[in-house]
Design a protein around this ligand. Sequence first.
Ligand code: DOR
Ligand code: ZN
Length: 359
Amino acid sequence: MSKLIRIPGMVDPHTHMRDLDWAHKATFHSETAAAVAGGYWAVFDMPNTPPNTVTRDALDTKLTAISAQAVCDWGVYAGAWQTDNTAEYASMADDCCGLKIFNNATTGNLLISDQGERAKHYAAWPDNRLIAVHAEGETVRDILALVRQFGKHTHFLHISTAQEIADLQAAKEEGLPVTIGVCPHHLFLTEDDVATLGAYGRMKPELKTQHDVDMLWQAIANGVVDVIESDHAPHTIAEKESDPPPSGVPGLETTLPLMLTAAQEGRVSLERVIDMVSTNPQQIWGLDCPDETYALVDLDATYTIDNSKLHTACGWSPFAGMAVQGRVVETWIRGTKVFDGESVLVESGFGRNLFGEGA
Ligand code: DOR
Ligand code: ZN
């Protein structure tokens, strides 16, 4: 039996594709291949891969590399830098999908921990592109104060606790321009899984309690969560086996099958899944889905997530061994079949920047 549906223009606004000085972890080609294998039309890349995307020069370096390699459409974030790179913003914003501010420590060395410094970045970033934030725990409230002050649309990435959801739900009720992203690892794993996963279950924000997980699912059901984003962050197996291991897990090829499995199990409606992986990110980032751009998915196909079948260069998944229902059988972008269920069918450089020149 097969039951085929088309999901229009999936967008993952939260990936770390590496390349450049971290090409040993993964490349724009390998990770955009993982994206189309995961059903995606477009993926947005974070700025914390060295050289950090914090100047116009560094942005140009990234744009050149990704343009030459990408097999899906894409966007890139500018990053807030602690030595104050705000003078660069006017020349960067038009070519970017947004500004990323790391407000808590994570992989890489981008971190703005002083509230006064954060305010400078909020003030300087142009209004035509949103601000995406890494903010955990109490920091969520600090950032909400800036949203209140500056009125700039802020997307809260990888929200993982019941308290953060409560604070952001209240912010939405207050009418603040905020949106919420949640990652599959925070929905399908808990802190108890670290005992078996070891370093492969380490990421920032860390895995949380079953209560937190339950509250995230409730927020999905209530319509409070806007986006399911992977926080795709490949590290090599050798790095994960080292001490201390880096934080981050891949997710581009497992997000949709995991969410479709949850839909089959009645934990979320299929309509909500499509909203959160497709319609909502398109709308939040102001994108029009091009004609003939969709993932063709077999809702009846069952399989086990298998490291050896992944396209990501890292070759592992924290979800390996999990049984899922829902397989991407084809991915189409702008009328071209880019993935046939096994292989990528287009050349490096097929993908386009959805922001800036030529968009
Ligand atoms: O676990 C994480 N890894 N969280 C982040 O915010 C960054 C990411 C990475 O780049 O490896
Ligand atoms: Zn991230």
